[in-house]
Design a protein around this ligand. Structure first.
Ligand code: SPV
Ligand code: MG
Length: 432
């Protein structure tokens, strides 16, 4: 009896999957791989049910003999273990980002004489609808909100990119690359930066853009994406106002707010001591954190305390003392910020904090200390890395140069080569 292997990464079984099983069954004994949660989240298919439930679901399909967990997106573990005579898959993986996976599987099979079977991919109206419903489910507040905590527990480091509009949200949502290890790579979540949200509106980053407007930005992004959102809450405002902000964000499906231990007129941290900035006392900040934690209704939402001691040159001991106090006050995570080019002070903070506290998530924003890699940060206990402003900073010079050149040449021909073709921009956005 020949063995046929296929890997599923779905929460709902539709005609396409049933067709694969039917075709596989004609060839031999069918073994289904259930892609593990850890692998799935790198594969742009965040699970809405856990892997144990998915295993049960796949077992219940007629014709399935056995279900195994597949941990490796590239099939190495499953193929080594099972050595199936055949691997069967829909032919949609012959193109696009999944092609690399197909090529890899083909090579694994070749090594011992196994064969690949591509069958026509089923894409009827029903399948299309199920695909869309799954996406919609992920966009719903109750799924989106808890996804950040799930990611922290499932991935070595959560990668977050700033978004300040529907379009930048789509870039964070959809950019997938084949990474150096042959796997797929993408961002896990979005950061609603106060700097970028203000800049997009042509305003300074001084808590001038009001909450209603900031919520509008979140809403624009949420309408077209599914990935979790971390909101830059600046100082959090008055404690009496902060509790309402927490409730609103939680209801919208935002996963976390980060508030910084500053008071009075807030200026961007990257100004450091060049401008007057006042740090809140430990007691003031702790009271705000506690009030926010009391106000929230779910266990999913996170209030992360951001420490400005290194930015304001108050020293490492002050930063660590604050971290301890803020965790005690209920903070679900600590963001430590620095504007030094050298990551040494960030590393020292993380190492020392981790020695005392092995659990509380650490967040960093490496805008200045940008030589350190995600892998190195993870080694020092960092759980979340935020690329806070790079999309804005890349778009602005490109737009400015285009404006300059059109003025210079009295026409648009000279800039055309570096523009996205009109045809491409009108197909960039999915229509319902
Ligand atoms: C932001 O992105 O608005 C931040 C991070 O708060 S920083 O600009 O580095 O202060
Ligand atoms: Mg900010």
């Amino acid at each position: 009896m020949k063995t046929v292997y296929t890997c599923f990464c779905t929460d709902i079984i539709h005609d396409g999957h049933l067709n694969i099983i039917k075709e596989a069954h004609k060839i031999g004994k069918v073994i289904v791989g259930c892609l593990s949660d850890e692998a799935l989240i790198r594969y742009n298919k965040f699970p809405t049910i856990g892997q144990e439930e998915r295993i049960k679901l796949y077992r219940s399909i007629d014709g399935v003999e056995e279900v195994v967990i597949q941990n490796d997106m590239l099939y190495d573990d499953a193929i080594t273990l099972i050595q199936p005579d055949y691997v069967i898959h829909g032919d949609n993986w012959k193109e696009g980002p999944e092609k690399a996976i197909r090529d890899h599987v083909e090579n694994l099979l070749k090594a011992y004489g196994g064969k690949l079977v591509d069958i026509p991919y089923t894409y009827n109206e029903k399948v299309k609808k199920i695909d869309m419903q799954l996406r919609e489910k992920l966009a719903m507040p109750e799924y989106r909100r808890k996804r950040l905590r799930q990611l922290i527990s499932m991935t070595p480091i959560v990668k977050v990119m700033e978004a300040h509009s529907g379009l930048t949200g789509l870039i964070v949502e959809k950019t997938v690359i084949e990474s150096s290890d042959g796997k797929l790579d993408q961002f896990d979540a979005m950061w609603i930066s106060s700097l970028c949200d203000s800049t997009a509106k042509g305003k300074p980053d001084i808590e001038l853009v009001d909450m209603t407007s900031r919520f509008r930005t979140i809403d624009d992004i949420m309408e077209v994406t599914t990935k979790p959102i971390i909101f830059d809450g600046d100082t959090g405002g008055l404690t009496e106002h902060f509790v309402y902000t927490v409730r609103s964000l939680e209801r919208m499906g935002v996963s976390a707010i980060i508030i910084e231990d500053k008071k009075g007129l807030k200026k961007n941290s990257l100004f450091g001591t060049e401008v007057k900035q006042t740090q809140a006392t430990i007691e003031e900040m702790s009271a705000k954190i506690s009030a926010g934690k009391k106000a929230q209704l779910t266990d999913d939402f996170m209030i992360i305390a951001r420490i400005e001691s290194l930015i304001l040159e108050k020293g490492m001991e002050d930063a660590l003392e604050r971290a301890r106090a803020f965790v005690k006050a209920g903070a679900d995570g600590i963001m430590i910020h620095s504007r030094k080019k050298d990551p040494a002070e960030i590393i020292e903070f993380c190492d020392r904090f981790r020695k005392e506290d092995s659990k509380t998530p650490i967040v960093v924003v490496p805008s200045s200390f940008n030589t350190i890699t995600e892998e190195e940060l993870a080694e020092h206990g960092v759980n979340i890395v935020i690329y806070a402003n790079q999309l804005t900073r890349s778009a602005f010079p490109a737009m400015q140069q285009t404006a300059i050149d059109i003025l210079k040449y009295h026409r648009a021909k000279e800039v055309d080569d570096r523009l996205m073709p009109i045809k491409q921009i009108i197909t960039l956005i999915d229509e319902l």
